[in-house]
Design a protein around this ligand. Sequence first.
Ligand code: CA
Length: 273
Amino acid sequence: MSNGGNMYVSTLESCLSFLRQNDVFLMMTQRAWSRSRRSSAPSASQPSNGNSEMRLLLVEDDPMIGASVRKGLRQDGFAVDWVNDGEAAELAIGQGVYDLMLLDLGLPKKSGLAVLKSLRARGSDLPVLVVTARDAVSERISGLDAGADDYVVKPFDLDELAARIRAVLRRRAGRGDPLLRYGKLEFNPASREVRYDGAAVSLSARELALLEAFLDRPGAVLSRAQLEEKLYGWTQEVESNTVEVYIHGLRKKLGADFIRNVRGVGYMLSGPQ
Ligand code: CA
């Protein structure tokens, strides 16, 4: 692309960024309205994945990455606002409407690390997930030491990113109500401990990944492909019977009836017992 094209893209991005920032009051109003509506009359049509009310601030100067991350996270049910530089990030954070910030460290105007440091210096405990370049171990360490909750390394998988965001949000939410319960099952997101009927259950990382997928969407039928995606990152290859192997493991430890087959569709939790 020529310089003229780059300037055009950057001007367009600045305009969009300005519009997004000026939408913040509208967002706040809508959010307050939806909260008050929910508390007075719970809606049965709430999506079950629990992400719907989570508003994320995406700070990313690469137009391609920013666009695909925003699209991917929106498909995962998050509300996402996107800004392109460190100063715009600080303006946006100042509105106080975000549940989590996804922060690239290499940014124009003010570095991600400087944004994070001044955020923590002001006493904010906004959950922050930093995005670092591959092999930049020192960046990851500085990010975590400056108060980031977690990090992802470019190039990252969008499903893994969404899972890490959920994990950070769960850990933060875990302060008030640490346990996730489903029938006789208790899951502690912070310690990763599972208990069934009061007894500790030892699950492998992969079994836990599948269990979390079910607990994220209780009542939903998950296809084998959806479950296979949860296993990527844990195994190099997902073989044709991999999901069955871990489902078998979960049933062995949690009871044969805990997860049921939905013929031709996938698997679901069998209902609180
Ligand atoms: Ca960057």
